[in-house]
Design a binder for this molecule. Structure first.
Ligand SMILES: [Zn+2]
Ligand SMILES: [Zn+2]
Ligand SMILES: [Zn+2]
Length: 134
């Protein structure tokens, strides 16, 4: 066990184990080790799951959590992105609700809410362009 576990409130197996010390600009736990800033959730994931080859996903979506059961190593950024697109879009809309999901022809899943936002934006742009032509 590494020394930084002292700064974690370790709870039950299913609880989020929250980091009590400093976090970086994105809200991830960080420590300074010999002048190097390290992200603690990666260290925790490495301790539990072995050497990492890609990003670490929080299944609980709680960036301060260090419960190894909630830290899921991903093999690549692409896999991580796909994982997120399965549950939540970039803007944070819930994609576990089928009403929010549009399935494109190639089988891609898209957020319907964002799709609507994008359409409204381009409509507004088109209207502006029309006005300028008059
Ligand atoms: Zn958690
Ligand atoms: Zn993630
Ligand atoms: Zn969305």
């Amino acid at each position: 066990m590494s020394e930084w576990w002292e700064k974690v409130v370790v709870g039950g197996r299913d609880d989020c184990w929250l980091w009590q010390a400093s976090v970086d600009s994105k809200g991830y736990p960080q420590i300074n080790r010999r002048g190097k800033v390290l992200r603690v959730h990666r260290l925790a994931a490495e301790e539990a799951h072995g050497p990492l080859t890609g990003p670490v996903h929080h299944s609980c979506e709680n960036r301060r959590c260090l419960n190894p059961a909630h830290l899921v190593p991903m093999s690549s950024t692409r896999e991580h992105l796909q994982h997120h697109l399965a549950t939540r879009c970039k803007r944070g809309h819930d994609l576990t609700d089928p009403a929010n999901v549009a399935i494109l022809r190639r089988g891609e899943r898209r957020c319907r809410k964002c799709h609507v936002i994008r359409n409204v934006k381009s409509q507004r742009k088109r209207r502006q362009e029309r006005r300028m032509m008059v």
